[in-house]
Ligand binder design. Sequence first.
Ligand SMILES: Cc1cc2nc3c(=O)[nH]c(=O)nc-3n(C[C@H](O)[C@H](O)[C@H](O)COP(=O)(O)OP(=O)(O)OC[C@H]3O[C@@H](n4cnc5c(N)ncnc54)[C@H](O)[C@@H]3O)c2cc1C
Length: 417
Amino acid sequence: MRFSALKILTEGLTGNRGWGAHWRDPEPADGYDIIIIGGGGHGLSTAYYLAKEHGLKKIAVLEKGYIGSGNIGRNTTIVRANYFLPGNSEFYSHSLKLWEGLETDLNYNVMHSQRGQIGLFHSDGQRDAAIRRANSIRNQGDDAELLGVDQLRKMVPYLDYDQGRFPIYGGLLQRRAGTARHDAVAWGYARGADQRGVDLIQNCEVTGIEIKAGVVQGVQTSRGAIRAKKVGIVVAGRSSQVAAMAGMRLPIESHVLQAFVTEGLKPCIDHVISFGMGHFYISQSDKGGLVFGGDLDMYASYAARGNLPMVEHVAEAGMTLMPMIGKARMLRSWGGIMDMTPDGSPIIDKTHIEGLYLNAGWCYGGFKAVPASGNCFAHLMATGAAHSAAQGFRLDRFRTGRGLMDEEGTGAQHNLH
Ligand SMILES: Cc1cc2nc3c(=O)[nH]c(=O)nc-3n(C[C@H](O)[C@H](O)[C@H](O)COP(=O)(O)OP(=O)(O)OC[C@H]3O[C@@H](n4cnc5c(N)ncnc54)[C@H](O)[C@@H]3O)c2cc1C
């Protein structure tokens, strides 16, 4: 089933009775060429590009819950390519270009909205850093504009510009940045992968990884053993637990990140806005809710729910930046489990076990990476060589110390990234 304007019109006129399921619900086969563990954004996009770009046929995605139940359905939907460091910047640039063609590629409305993202600065030092970042982004071929405070006041009049503690000096705008509907991204990739013959197997938890003489043989699951020539671990916040099934100890800590949404309001926030003096960022969803978030809860945990001190902290940051937000009522908050690396940058690499591959360490920025991550991981799994946009995401940088990409400059403490 392909979507088209004509199909929507005829379905609308005939009671919407002709829509089928978006993907099949197959039983697991005895074996596959490639098994992807984890049906989140990265696992689904990997399977999609393996089938689409490398013509591989016998692929399964094993998901312990349902498609969209992990971080892919929990994030605040921000998409941008404003990274500073070589290694990161070419990768996120690649991802943004894939985003720009994604709806056509998938024939699926992922509600990609390039509404612009503005990172605020509040001191001369932060302005210098923003200028350096803007130059780096432009050298990479992406867009970045420095806004003075007068320009900003016209574009985003609702901010508290003159507050004594954190006055706003200006902002760094990326017009091509914005948002996309998170679960539609999962559904679009799932449907595209299924159409190309990938088996999406939900309610199938991987409980063990079979290895013989240093070579991967397959996986144990809650639905029986499944053989595979290659296995990709793509489980975000559960990376350490699943890698431990192969005897590996990853340089990853899992931490909770919360997000919040208010009641639906009339359109009032046109862009994505990031506060520069605290961890707070906000946008408005298409339904009208103000969607915002802040820092990690400051301890390692596998609980996908948050705690009140961080709720208070985020609410305070919001009130500091835009006091008008105090009038909105908060509807919901939720949490997701973040796979934090010591330098805040991800891993897309082989492991020391032949046929076992790792895609992890997305911290709290992996939604924007979904297209490029799947694209580059599929390239690695299919060809054995790292994609040119993901050369730096090596696992051994945490052992050797060479090639670390500490974008935030905060050192080796996981929860500070
Ligand atoms: C509150 C919040 C806000 C965020 N905001 C942004 C943002 O604005 N922009 C941005 O770029 N990023 C953001 N992120 C980060 C982004 O959501 C994640 O980095 C990204 O979604 C992680 O990759 P994924 O989609 O593959 O993860 P997931 O969707 O978590 O996929 C992993 C899957 O693996 C499955 N799994 C785990 N163990 C097993 C097993 N043993 N067997 C089988 N399956 C298993 C899980 O059930 C899960 O479905 C945010 C995250 C959160 C929580």
